[in-house]
Design a protein around this ligand. Structure first.
Ligand SMILES: Nc1ncnc2c1ncn2[C@@H]1O[C@H](COP(=O)(O)OP(=O)(O)O)[C@@H](O)[C@H]1O
Ligand SMILES: [Mg+2]
Length: 234
């Protein structure tokens, strides 16, 4: 049984039909990417998994259980951490307190505070700094650290390197690689850096106009010049 399964998911904003029969699977510990052009429905897919949008029709299954009707808080409780595009950190709390708050609501497991700070070593000198006084890149590191310290079964990252300086982009991919290597959490990654994303993903789905237009391994996608040209602009 896959960890996460989307079955024939259709999602709407009001009367706008955005996702059309989207089906996808993520196995335990697997790293899966969703690629596609801006507006193709990647964020909408993530929001539907988190319960911010209820599919109609369609189902979202976590460990075989239908979670389609749950709210985001309930989905998070079941072991899904979501780092949205707008990298939410508490601006009035210090970095240390941001991590502590997240750790408390999460599950116990491999990702202790010590282990998180070893992976996110760049946050150690910033532990007493308020979230609002961090650079965009530092805030993104805190947002990802907050996600993983909850010991999720699935960590969802929406464009984690968007708008970051090249040095920080490298740091972000490096922490994602470390999280993958530890193997506890499956990762669902939406990214615009196609090359870096393919190099760390086990499998990839491509969305075009709210439909899955490709799924396979990064190697299989490499061979599909048509998909890359039409749906990824590369
Ligand atoms: N809150 C919203 N209300 C109405 N339409 C939206 C909303 N958010 C996104 N859309 C539309 O849904 C489509 C998919 O958006 P999105 O899932 O954000 O794409 P992506 O993340 O792939 O860039 C786009 O056409 C976008 O304009
Ligand atoms: Mg998006």
């Amino acid at each position: 049984m896959p960890l996460l399964r989307l079955e024939g998911v259709n999602s709407f904003y009001g009367r706008s039909h955005i996702l059309f029969d989207v089906s996808l699977d993520i196995d335990k510990g697997e790293t899966v990417a969703i690629l596609g052009r801006n507006g193709s429905g990647r964020t909408t897919t993530l929001k539907t998994i988190m319960g911010l949008i209820t599919p109609n029709p369609g189902r979202v299954l976590l460990d075989g259980e239908d979670i389609s009707g749950l709210n985001p808080y309930q989905v998070a409780k079941k072991g899904v951490s979501y780092v949205p595009e707008e990298r939410r950190v508490f601006t009035t709390l210090t970095v240390g307190d941001n991590l502590e708050v997240a750790g408390k609501v999460g599950r116990k497991g491999h990702w202790t505070r010590e282990r998180v700070l070893k992976t996110f070593h760049m946050l150690v000198p910033l532990l007493n700094r308020k979230g609002g006084h961090l650079s965009g890149g530092e805030q993104q590191m805190v947002a990802i650290a907050r996600g993983i310290i909850q010991n999720p079964a699935l960590l969802i990252l929406d464009e984690p390197t968007e708008g970051l300086a090249p040095g920080i982009v490298k740091d972000a991919f490096s922490v994602i690689r470390t999280i993958k290597a530890q193997g506890d959490a499956a990762i669902l990654l939406v990214e615009q850096d196609v090359k870096a994303t393919l190099s760390l993903s086990d499998r990839v789905y491509v969305l075009g106009g709210g439909r899955i237009v490709f799924h396979g391994t990064p190697g299989e996608l490499e061979a599909r010049a048509d998909i890359k040209k039409e749906h990824m602009g590369v």
